[in-house]
Design a protein. Structure first.
Ligand SMILES: [Zn+2]
Length: 551
């Protein structure tokens, strides 16, 4: 009955105002809270063992995903298969690495995890051993479109660079790098990639809490552990032989011993005129053994083919993996179920797949991707971006969903990395239809836009939206939204307690957001539009390079 009433209303409107098009009305989509609750309940159950890649939990997870996609009537997304094989390189340092600085006749032995945190090499080598001069390279940034080059053509081959974290205008708050907000030039992944391009033997990033946005324990834990990467044809293109961080106190001491002043050099580094500064006669020596092996996991992809522009793609994605089995918590629970992170994202993308299959067939192709190994460093999505099944040049836009709130309906949605692309404007107008608004990225200085699965595509120029749950709740407003977020981060995030809880949870807000994402994707799918990054974005040049392949 209800459906019939709606249909009559649409017909009536069309008759009065024939110029109004109703084909992309958000009313066409109605996400089901029941279906999504069941998806989360299933993938976050103990039977799925925390969905660790290359564990029995993977088998259960990917089979469940395929069963759901098949039941919804989707086509396999990878040339007739549901799976994209993802080989992961896993590397560990064996024992305590020998790491030494010699400066002005003084020898400093560095302890892994204390003054320094060195990552296991991801170049598929058995041993890292070298000695080289240390040189300070400012923020380690080469940004042609901003007329900025910290290297000034210096010959850096064989040297060990020391750089600052974040970008050159973080401390002053104004300049060509978005002020306080972090551009990609501020992220450590960029700094290692640039170091490889510069031919450096190694790069040490000076840790400071405010510009890094996290403390030394985070640096220590994530860098002295097992490292993961995709298997690359030429890892030397993105990884210098040595990658690591040093504590600020140690950097200050090293600079002083080399006859330099850390703070004075930092101020120089905030200017365009900065040039590389050799740290006196300081040399850095490293010697350690590395073991590497390859493990295998899978991305899962399904699609709804487009009618008239099937070779143009809109991508929805969420990571299926979580942390697996780990150290037990106080209650003895050792299964990291990942119900919110990212059971909710899995459920949302499955539901989007069902909606697109059930609704009017779109003109462009819609692809639904479930990435592996996000928790190990965006591995599945990076593998896809490096080996795309659908060409990135003709991927119209993409949407990433990672950990949605189960706190009920909100007046807003959050956009992580707001201001990057004109997808913001499209989202704004779709939201307006239901009187909702965008809350801009609350912590742009932390660079969260560079830390989830849309990023490997974004870096290569594909316009990507990372929309997250709003905080201005219909019941309780922003106070309630913030409190719930704080509670989740404290009590459940990346802990065994991230469990499905039907008594406390509401999927109503998630359903609203899925409807918004559906409407946005359908609108793009039935248009000839090509969204893009704004001219101020560091990702605009990468997109514009392939402009001729988009008509
Ligand atoms: Zn996640």
């Amino acid at each position: 009955m209800k459906r019939l009433t709606l249909l009559l209303a649409v017909v009536a409107v069309s008759a009065c105002a024939p110029s109004v098009t109703t084909t992309t009305s958000p009313a066409a989509a109605t996400a089901s809270v029941e279906r999504m609750a069941k998806d989360v309940q299933t993938v976050a159950s103990d039977a799925f063992l925390g969905r660790g890649p290359a564990t029995p939990g993977e088998e259960l997870t990917i089979n469940y995903l395929v069963a759901q996609l098949k039941a919804a009537g989707l086509e396999p997304g990878v040339n007739g298969s549901w799976f994209q094989d993802v080989p992961l390189l896993q590397a560990d340092i064996v024992g305590a690495p020998s790491l030494t600085v010699n400066v002005a006749g003084k020898r400093m032995d560095l302890k892994q995890g204390e003054q320094i945190a060195v990552r296991a090499s991801m170049r598929n080598v058995d041993r890292v051993t070298f000695t080289g001069p240390l040189v300070f390279l400012g923020y380690g940034v080469k940004a042609t479109e901003r007329n900025w080059d910290d290297f000034k053509g210096a010959d850096l081959r064989g040297k060990i660079g020391v750089v600052l974290i974040n970008d050159p205008d973080f401390e002053t708050g104004q300049g060509d790098f978005g002020g306080k907000a972090m551009t990609y030039y501020g992220r450590w992944t960029y700094k290692y990639e640039e170091a490889a391009r510069q031919g450096l033997n190694g790069l040490l990033i000076v840790h400071e809490t405010a510009p890094a946005s996290y403390g030394w324990p985070t640096v220590k834990n994530s860098n002295t552990n097992t490292m993961f990467d995709i298997v690359r044809t030429n890892p030397a293109e993105v990884h210098p032989p040595l990658e690591g961080w040093i504590q600020r106190d140690f950097a200050v001491e090293l600079f002083r011993a080399a006859g330099q002043d850390f703070d004075a050099l930092k101020r120089q580094a905030q200017t365009r005129e900065f040039r590389p500064v050799p740290l006196g006669d300081a040399t850095f020596a490293a010697n350690y053994t590395v073991t590497s092996r390859t493990i295998r996991s899978k991305n899962v992809l399904g699609r709804v083919p487009g009618t008239t522009h099937a070779n143009e793609t809109i991508l929805y994605g969420a990571h299926w993996d979580h942390l697996g089995i780990g150290p037990p918590d106080a209650r003895g629970d050792s299964i990291y179920n990942g119900a919110i992170d990212n059971g909710t994202g899995i459920a949302a993308v499955l539901e989007l797949a069902r909606l697109f299959k059930a609704g009017p067939r779109p003109q462009r192709t819609i692809v639904f991707a479930f990435w592996t190994a996000e928790e190990k460093g965006l591995i599945g999505s990076e593998y896809y971006a490096a080996n795309p099944v659908y060409p990135l040049e003709t991927t119209v836009a993409g949407f990433n969903i990672d950990a949605l709130a189960v706190t009920g309906r909100a007046r807003d949605v959050l956009v992580v990395g707001s201001g990057q692309s004109d997808l913001d404007d499209r989202l704004k107008s779709v939201l307006a239809a239901s009187n909702r608004v965008i809350t801009p990225d609350p912590t742009p200085e932390a660079g969260y836009f560079f830390r989830s699965d849309h990023f490997p595509m974004a870096k290569r120029g594909v316009p990507m939206l990372y929309m997250d749950s709003g905080i201005d709740l219909l019941v309780g407003g922003t106070a309630a939204g913030r409190a719930a977020d704080t509670e989740y981060r404290r009590d459940a995030y990346h802990q065994p307690a991230d469990n499905y809880d039907p008594a406390k949870w509401s999927f109503a807000g998630i359903a609203d957001d899925v409807n918004i994402l559906y409407a946005m994707g359908l609108q793009l799918a039935n248009s000839r539009d090509w969204p893009n990054y704004r001219t101020t974005s560091e990702f605009r040049p990468a997109r514009d390079k392939s402009a001729s392949s988009r008509k």
